[in-house]
Design a protein around this ligand. Structure first.
Ligand code: FAD
Ligand code: NAD
Length: 473
């Protein structure tokens, strides 16, 4: 008996993965007239849209609004008083978040249709560098393409002593809870642990953070993380630094996380849920990567400055190719690769990739910090402007902590780094990145009229300070 033949689909460009890397690559390739197929096993939008950036920011927004209402109970705050405490319905908040995700994922599907990209729903498994089988709803399909763009993204790393499941949550489960854990222990005080841990604390969970390093958010310098540390302290979040999770133990009806503390002793932290966020790793398993003859660089796929892999016409982008594992980097690489395939001359050489941490307060960093500048032997001048002296920050009730910090080269006053910490500073990241990409000098920033009253005035004032002509401080 002969086996039924599998239908074959051919394309100029095959994109594997519909996250911010893959779907942007596919849209751009389609716009440029390249016959393009995108394969996605889950929903369009990837980690970022379905279980990452967007859902987490929706939850953070809910948490901030809830906390602000809580502050108004009784005596009130800023003239608003509530007679009864607000009630949080986490299941309803999760449905609201899901509505946003559905709308955006549908939007991605519409954009792909508009760009004439053929979308195949199913898991791709490669048998060689240019051929894969997609197990779709209507049976298997073979897809062959001239160019393959790998954008399979990343997944959370479990700790061996704390596998995901039951009360041990990854960020994915934490973003879809319908009941608030009364006691939440967060393992890993990095991006996800502190963004989500702070949100749960604001919603009313008793949160404890266990971080292996001597400081929270070790990616940022202490001046930037200190306002976050102080907020955690004020909000009753306990932070154990230099501490490691040993494993979950039964305790009465519930659980307790055993932790090796910084002093070498063991502590037990009672928990209804444990959120484990100790990093993410590229998704390289289960789709035939090993058959493709593509080199790796450590845990990641090795690429050059055009995102070419070691195999001709196989490209890789996004979380798969390394740090920073950020959505906007993935999208920028995807757009570039599509344009190179279409014949454009492009290279991935950004002056800076902005990083934003959506904690309370928020942190932004673009370009070099003062320490990084000095480690590179650059003679830099550095100054800050505090939000306490900015009218808009005060009217937003967020002037008590936070600042913008500017780093410039002494010899030519070229701006080489901008950092900020404070409420809503994420919205300044575009202006900061633009200044660096355009090669702005302090005079350019100082000579740009900034609207009043806005948080952006702090950037202007920081430049004036470095030029020795501060007006408002
Ligand atoms: P992904 O978004 O991971 O997409 C990969 C896609 O490929 C997935 O949809 C997957 O289903 C699909 N896939 C994999 N293998 C196959 C296969 N064999 N066949 C078919 N489909 C396959 N970044 C930010 O910049 N800002 C933020 O605020 C932010 N917040 C985050 C919050 C959380 C909780 C998390 C977890 C991440 C966050 N990130 C944030 C990181 C961001 O989500 C990633 O950097 C980004 O999604 C990477 O995009 P990507 O396209 O490389 O991969
Ligand atoms: P992360 O690297 O930001 O933080 C992990 C933390 O866990 C680190 O501080 C690390 O020291 C700590 N850690 C590691 N092993 C530990 C152990 N055994 N015990 C205790 N602590 C331990 O990783 P993440 O928070 O999982 O986020 C993954 C990635 O997702 C980030 O690197 C980032 O690229 C992306 N992300 C970005 C944003 C954003 O842009 N706002 C938000 C969320 C996630």
């Amino acid at each position: 008996m002969s086996t039924p033949s599998i239908k074959t689909v051919t394309a100029k460009v095959l994109v594997v993965g519909g996250g911010p890397g893959g779907y942007v690559a596919a849209i751009r390739a389609g716009q440029l007239g390249l016959d393009t197929v995108l394969v996605e096993a889950d929903r369009l939008g990837g980690t970022c849209l379905i279980r990452g950036c967007i859902p987490s920011k929706a939850l953070i927004h809910v948490a901030a609004r809830f906390e602000a209402m809580e502050r108004s109970v009784g005596g009130g705050h800023a003239g608003i008083a509530l007679d009864t405490r607000p009630r949080l319905d986490l299941a309803a908040a999760t449905r609201w978040k899901d509505g946003i995700v559905d709308r955006l994922s549908g939007g991605v599907a519409a954009l792909l249709r508009k760009a004439k990209v053929r979308v195949l729903h199913g898991w791709a498994v490669f048998s060689d560098a240019k051929t894969c089988i997609v197990q779709g709803r209507d049976g298997p399909l073979t897809v062959k393409a001239e160019h393959v763009i790998l954008a399979t993204g990343s997944e959370p790393v479990p700790l061996p002593a704390l596998p995901f499941g039951g009360p041990v949550l990854s960020s994915t489960e934490a973003l879809s809870l319908d009941r608030l854990p009364r006691r939440l222990v967060v393992v890993g005080g990095g991006y996800i642990g502190l963004e989500l841990g702070s949100a749960f604390a604001r919603m009313g969970s008793a949160v404890t953070v266990v971080e292996a390093q001597p400081r929270i958010l070790p990616l940022y310098d202490e001046a930037l993380t200190d306002p976050v540390r102080r907020w955690l302290e004020r909000s009753g979040v306990t932070v154990h630094l230099g501490a490691r999770a040993l494993g979950l133990e039964a305790e009465g009806e519930g659980h307790a996380l055993a932790v090796r503390a910084a002093d070498g002793g063991t502590i037990r932290l009672p928990a209804d849920a444990v959120l484990s966020t100790v990093g993410r790793r590229p998704r390289l398993e289960g789709w035939g990567f090993e058959t493709m003859g593509v080199d790796r660089k450590g845990a990641f796929v090795a690429v050059d400055d055009q995102c070419r892999t070691s195999m001709r016409d196989v490209w890789a982008i996004g979380d798969l190719v390394g740090e920073p594992m950020l959505a906007h980097k993935a999208s920028a690489q995807g757009e570039m690769v599509a344009e190179i395939i279409a014949g454009h001359r492009r290279r991935f050489a950004p002056v800076a990739i902005p990083a934003v941490c959506f904690t309370e307060p928020e942190i932004v960093s673009v370009g070099l910090s003062p320490d990084e500048a000095s480690a590179q032997g650059i003679d830099a001048i550095v100054d800050r402007f505090p939000f306490a002296a900015n009218g808009r920050a005060l009217t937003l009730d967020s002037g008590e902590s936070g600042f913008v910090r500017l780093v410039a080269r002494r010899e030519d006053r070229r701006v080489i780094g901008i950092q900020a910490v404070g409420a809503h500073v994420s919205e300044l990241s575009g202006e900061f990145a633009l200044a660096l990409e355009m090669g702005a000098e302090l005079e350019d920033v100082a000579g740009t009229i900034h609207a009043h009253p806005t948080l952006g005035e702090t950037f202007h004032e920081a430049a004036l300070r470095l030029l020795g002509r501060s007006l408002h401080f």
